[in-house]
Write a protein that binds this ligand. Structure first.
Ligand SMILES: O=P(O)(O)OC[C@H]1O[C@@H](O)[C@H](O)[C@@H]1O
Length: 199
C-alpha cells in the first residue's frame, strides 16, 4: 500500500505540472483533437528517490540554468548547481563532467546540463560510467529518452530551444518512467558495452 504522504506529493506534483506546463492527462496531440488519446506518464510514486538534481551549464546555458532552477524547486526537487555562474566563456566538458560525476556516484538522482547546442555535453557525460545522457529538443525526444533509454542525465541546447520548450522538456523528462521490458534488455546491452571498456 502506498504511503499517504507519497500520494499527497504525487497530487501536488500533478497540480504543478498542469498549472505551469499546461499539461493535462492527455498529450498535446490529444489536446489538439487527435483521434487517439495518449496518456501522459505519471510521476514516480517514490519521490524520495529522485530528490536531488545536479545541474550545470557553460556560458551558453547559464541563463537557461538560472531559469530552470526555480522550476526544479517548484516541482519539489533539490538541486546541486555546479556552475558556471556567469556568461564568461568556459569549457562545457568541465561542467558536464561535474554533473555526470554526481549522477554516477549517486550523490544526485539525475543530472541536467545545458550548453549552446547540448551535443558536446552529452558526449562528455556519456564517457562517465553509469551515466546515460540524452539530448532532448522536444517533447517526444524527452519522453523517448526516458521511456526507452532510461536516461539519467538530460542535456539541453539553450541556443536551439526556447524557454517554454525547455521547461516542458524538463518536466516531461523528470516525470516519465522507464518502460522496462524490451527496453530493459537493450539498456542492459548498453551497460554491457560500457563494461567492456571499463576496469
Ligand atoms: O561560445 P562558443 O565558444 O563559440 O561556443 C560554445 C558552444 O559551442 C558548442 O561547443 C557548445 O554548444 C558550446 O556551448
Amino acid at each position: 500500500m502506498s504511503d499517504p504522504a507519497d500520494d499527497e506529493v504525487h497530487q501536488i506534483v500533478q497540480r504543478v505540472l498542469k498549472r505551469y506546463a499546461g499539461l493535462s492527462n492527455q498529450s498535446p496531440a490529444a489536446s489538439a483533437g487527435a483521434s487517439t488519446p495518449v496518456t501522459l506518464p505519471q510521476t514516480d510514486p517514490n519521490p524520495t528517490l529522485r530528490k536531488v538534481i545536479a545541474i550545470g551549464a557553460d556560458h551558453g546555458g547559464f541563463e537557461l540554468k538560472e531559469i530552470l532552477k526555480p522550476e526544479l524547486t517548484a516541482l519539489g526537487y533539490d538541486y546541486i548547481d555546479v556552475g558556471t555562474n556567469t556568461k564568461d566563456a568556459v569549457d562545457y566538458p568541465d561542467f558536464a563532467h561535474e554533473v555526470a560525476k554526481l549522477v554516477s556516484s549517486g550523490k544526485a538522482w539525475r543530472g541536467v546540463m545545458i550548453d549552446g547546442a547540448g551535443i558536446g555535453s552529452c558526449i562528455v557525460a556519456n564517457k562517465v560510467p553509469g551515466v546515460r545522457a540524452g539530448m532532448a529538443y522536444d517533447y517526444s525526444s524527452a519522453l523517448n529518452s526516458r521511456e526507452h533509454n532510461d536516461t539519467n542525465l538530460l542535456t539541453l541546447g539553450a541556443g536551439l530551444i526556447g524557454v517554454a520548450l525547455a521547461k516542458q522538456i524538463l518536466k516531461v523528462w523528470l516525470s516519465t518512467p522507464f518502460g522496462g521490458e524490451r527496453h530493459q534488455r537493450r539498456v542492459n546491452k548498453i551497460t554491457a558495452v560500457e563494461k567492456l571498456y571499463t576496469k
